[in-house]
Design a protein around this ligand. Sequence first.
Ligand SMILES: N[C@@H](CCC(=O)N[C@@H](CS)C(=O)NCC(=O)O)C(=O)O
Length: 224
Amino acid sequence: MIVVHHLNNSRSQRILWLLEELGLEYEIKKYQRDPKTMLAPPELRAVHPLGKSPVITDGDAVVAESGAIVEYLLERYGEGKALAPAAGTPERLHYRYFLHFAEGSAMPPLLLKLVFDRVESGPGPFFVRPIARAIAAKVKDAFVLPQIRQHLVFLEGELAKRTWFAGSDFSAADIQMSFPLEAAAARGGLDGQYPHLVAFLERIHARPAYQRALERGGKYDFVK
Ligand SMILES: N[C@@H](CCC(=O)N[C@@H](CS)C(=O)NCC(=O)O)C(=O)O
């Protein structure tokens, strides 16, 4: 049995969604973030040394890292389910690119924004706070926000050319891209200036498998 070690409000929501799209049976073991630090509880380190989510277990296999989990599940159980374009096609190249882009390029500036937002609004000795705030604002303006904007403009252009990230058919690359785009809609400036990205989010949120994954996963703050 596949077990998804699922952290609330996290990337592991994508894996639940993929499993629902594949129509596979699975169990969910739920973990709650520390409400102050937002970190995962230490029990998750018993599953994988880094203690991050998602991580799945499947018999003796322990698979961490969203992209690797997606590839593992499709390779092992995805045959005939058409969630990846055929090898050697232009669609397959788009698919591979976006499968990696999501975590390799899209997430880092969104994470930096989260960190610097916290530096700006967080506590600290009164004499340090104005300096910390000024540095955080400068880094965001000079580096983080332009990077996020550049990504969103690029992604908007990609979805102006085709319906889904890989081509005309929905694929696991769309599942992998959902989290950075949901995070960008929540805190990265993804709004009506990017109509194709907004439409993408509406389309994925309407999918029955997405809805089923939400019901099973519990509270997920990234859906409006
Ligand atoms: N690139 C990794 C990122 C994993 C990751 O950072 N997960 C977050 C949840 S979205 C996490 O576990 N955070 C809690 C912590 O770091 O303690 C992946 O895609 O699996």
